[in-house]
Design a binder for this molecule. Structure first.
Ligand code: C5P
Length: 415
């Protein structure tokens, strides 16, 4: 596929060389469009050698080819890495006094931006306003990471690593060629961890980031589904992937009780229900209306009485309408894959779902990571697919297992 890599003038430009190499090695055609400033950091010969294409920064070269718009029009994806504060500002304002500027205005392809700058510049309200403007125009961001910066300082502002940028670029390209096999299907998905209040300032929660559920919502929308996302506790940056997406309606919930109300309300309209949320099994028996004070219990043990929450998934299975497909999740700590699947099979039998996506979790695995492996079990307990990779890839793998199981009624409406 055709990728334009815009490079702006920051020290991280040297890392962008590796991004080009990875994309070229993966078989993509990469045209590098540096700004004049970028060439102060990495020169033209490097970009030309690594991309195997001539490189120019000017709109006045190769005018006969109308290069200032042709690059953008041909592109399947534009990546800007590194994107300095200056370049973000110019992108937000639509300034077109360089080849990169005109390319960005002429393109209808997705745009992926990897910012790199000092922490203060990244956090400045002007930069943040520009980022918000670009996000609202569906520009995707990767990073910046929190780490070592150019000098001795460190903090948020470091450009994401080249392999992560290349991987995200390829993920976006893969999305462009997605099948539209969920057209006409309504999918209800829950995501994130519920929070059970103890008092007005404290809660019992869990480490679920919501990434997997959000990825399922985004993947299903890309495949043509109408999506209702019941979003429990999820960071705004993660939810941003589907905010503004016309096919995804987001309902925020916090407690298991709120999630249950929303799920019960939305379930009758859904063809597929995916319960990816990590629902608290218990809630505090007596929520306090005022903040608990340490003085009340100092020197003694604090005991919180907890009562069980209803199992929302099991309830949805009990009241399901004919033809509705219900998918549960099981996040388990297990010694090995066999033990993991065994726990999954027991859970599937208890809950009665049609499919169960089982994944391993642990101190350093599962919840907060960007990668996941989902073992998908069918009602009889058989392993029907193993969907791994990024959480988006895992989401698509799960949807691949869902589609052939949709009832004929749902699919015929979709046709
Ligand atoms: O029993 P466990 O919490 O491991 O089950 C996980 C599955 O059940 C997930 O799909 C989760 O969303 C769902 N669940 C639920 N209501 C609960 C607990 C879990 O729907 N109270």
């Amino acid at each position: 596929m055709n990728i334009v890599l815009g490079v702006s003038g920051g020290i991280a430009a040297y890392k962008a060389v590796m991004v080009v190499r990875l994309l070229v090695e993966a078989g993509h055609d990469v045209q590098v469009v540096p700004t004049d400033d970028a060439l102060r950091f990495v020169g033209k010969p490097t970009w030309e050698a690594i991309s195997r294409h001539p490189v120019t920064t000017s709109v006045h070269e190769n005018v006969a080819e109308v290069r200032h718009v042709a690059l953008g029009q041909r592109a399947d994806l534009v990546v800007v890495a590194p994107a300095t504060a200056n370049t973000l500002a110019r992108m937000a304002a639509g300034i077109a006094d360089s080849l990169l500027g005109t390319t960005l205005l002429a393109t209808q392809a997705p745009v992926l931006v990897a910012p790199a700058m000092h922490t203060q510049m990244w956090q400045h309200p002007a930069t943040q306003a520009n980022v918000a403007t670009l996000r609202a125009r569906s520009v995707e961001f990767i990073g910046p990471d929190d780490g070592r910066l150019t000098g001795a300082d460190s903090g948020p502002g470091r450009m994401s690593e080249p392999d992560q940028i290349a991987a995200r670029a390829m993920e976006i390209l893969a999305r462009r060629t997605v099948k539209r096999d969920l057209m006409g299907v309504t999918l209800l998905v829950s995501a994130g961890g519920t929070r059970e209040p103890i008092d007005p300032v404290r809660f019992i929660g869990n480490r679920s980031s919501g990434r997997q559920g959000v990825a399922i919502a985004a993947a299903a929308a890309a495949r043509g589904a109408e999506v209702v996302l019941l979003a429990a506790s999820i960071e705004e940056a993660i939810l941003a992937e589907v905010v503004g997406c016309p096919e995804v309606r987001i309902e925020r919930v916090w407690t298991a009780a709120e999630l249950q109300n929303a799920a019960d309300r939305e379930a009758p309209g859904a063809d597929v229900i995916v319960m990816a949320a990590a629902v608290s099994d218990y809630r505090v028996a007596e929520m306090r209306e005022t903040k608990m004070r340490k003085e009340e219990t100092a020197g003694t043990q604090l005991t919180l009485a907890l009562i069980e929450n209803p199992d929302i998934l099991a309830g949805l299975v009990r009241s399901r309408r004919p033809g509705q497909l219900i998918v549960g999740f099981a996040a388990e700590t297990a010694e090995n894959q066999q033990a993991l699947l065994e726990l999954g099979r027991q859970k599937l039998a208890r809950k009665g779902a049609d499919l169960l996506a089982v994944n391993a979790v642990g101190w350093s695995q599962g919840f907060e990571s960007a990668e996941n492996t989902l073992y998908v079990l069918a009602a009889g307990g058989e392993l029907v697919s193993t969907a791994g990779g990024s959480k988006r890839e895992a989401a698509d793998g799960l949807l691949d297992a869902i589609v052939p199981r949709l009832s004929r009624r749902v699919l015929s409406t979709a046709e």
